[in-house]
Write a protein that binds this ligand. Structure first.
Ligand code: ADP
Ligand code: MG
Length: 334
């Protein structure tokens, strides 16, 4: 099957399905045409997936298609943007049509769930690689940047952490299987991350100041917010939200996965104390998603002791500061 028939058969299939008033022209011309409302900014993000680096050799084509778009949608959510469309640059080692068919099924399952049309791309031959660029819409001045955390903000995460990293450890044989169902759950968290687009309206309603998605691990990613905003923070570990799949491990190991493990694609964000309280009130009535408070933003000067901090983060248990040196054994990435 030639390149153009391949594109026509497998990729030119959802622009017309979703009533995309913003897409003037999709696949088929030299460029796609996007219309952005005058009071909106265009949010753009790209991610590349390489076999061996971003997914294990042998990952199903369906999962590759699904995850490569999921993590890009996650970036839009972390910016407070609504999805407009995406492009796909696909490099294939050969013209394996069954690979393309399965890949496209995974890709369009999530594309259709988030009503995001594929508007263009490129198809080439070479080692397997998937590059997706997503485009989103956000009202001017309302994008949620990493640099806008404020002193006194509550630091929150949108879900339980560490499950996907446990899936990685299982795949590498660094953990041994204890329960088939737990393994399957961990692999599902790793292969099928759920972009938290559902939080976007609440980010705007409760004036979230800064946000990002947790792709490289909570500590490292939160560090980006702290660096960009010029602030520090205190993280309380005693109720830290760790994934169900870690429950059979020691508390130290649970925290290691939850704090350092990547691939969760939950969102970490900061908002004023009053707005946090309002969100919690709404979520207790079932009117807003559940969120987990993990700490507070402080001024940089409140984090002076080099010994006690890791990238501007002070750790506490039951309010008492703990020395990360004592955790060094378990928190291998410190
Ligand atoms: P050009 O030669 O102008 O780069 P191509 O022949 O690469 O155009 O692509 C023809 C059309 O098909 C373009 O509209 C392009 O955006 C689209 N296209 C190519 N590959 C893909 C793909 N993998 N997914 C979606 N659209 C694609
Ligand atoms: Mg081209």
């Amino acid at each position: 099957m030639g390149e153009f028939q391949l594109i026509e058969k497998y990729f030119n299939r959802n622009v017309s399905v979703h009533n995309c008033s913003n897409i003037e022209l999709g696949i088929g011309d030299d460029c796609a045409l996007l219309n952005v409302a005058p009071d909106c900014s265009l949010a753009v993000s790209t991610d590349t997936f390489l076999e061996g680096t971003h997914f294990f050799k042998g990952t199903s084509p369906y999962a590759i298609g699904y995850k490569s778009l999921a993590v890009n949608i996650s970036d839009l959510a972390a910016m407070g943007a609504d999805p407009l469309g995406f492009t796909l640059a696909l490099t294939l080692p050969d013209d394996n049509e069954s690979f393309v068919a399965e890949f496209a099924d995974g890709l369009f399952d999530i594309a259709d769930r988030f009503k995001i049309p594929l508007i263009g791309g490129d198809t080439t031959k070479g080692p397997l690689s998937v590059t997706i660029t997503v485009f989103g819409n956000v009202r001017k001045g309302h994008a949620i940047k990493r640099a806008s955390a404020r002193i006194g903000d509550a630091v929150c995460v949108s879900g339980l952490l560490g499950g996907a990293a446990y899936g990685v450890a299982l795949r590498y044989g660094k953990e041994t299987s204890v329960c088939h169902d737990t393994d399957e759950k961990a692999f599902k968290l790793l292969d099928y991350p759920n972009p938290r687009m559902d939080l976007v309206p609440f980010f705007h309603r409760y004036n979230v100041h800064s946000a990002l998605d947790i792709s490289d691990g909570f500590i490292g990613d939160l560090g980006h917010i702290l660096d960009c905003s010029g602030v520090s923070c205190k993280i309380e570990l005693c109720d830290f939200p760790v994934s169900d799949v870690l429950m059979h491990l020691s508390r130290q190991k649970q925290l290691d996965y939850a704090l350092n493990g990547g691939d969760d694609y939950e969102l970490c964000f900061t908002l004023a104390e009053d707005d946090y309280n309002e969100w919690i009130e709404a979520s207790e009535k079932g009117l807003a998603p559940i969120i987990y408070r993990v700490g507070s933003i402080n001024s940089n000067s409140s984090c002076e002791s080099e010994q006690a901090k890791t990238r501007g983060i002070i750790f506490a248990e039951h309010g008492n500061q703990i020395n990360p040196q004592t955790l060094r054994h378990s928190f291998s990435h410190f």
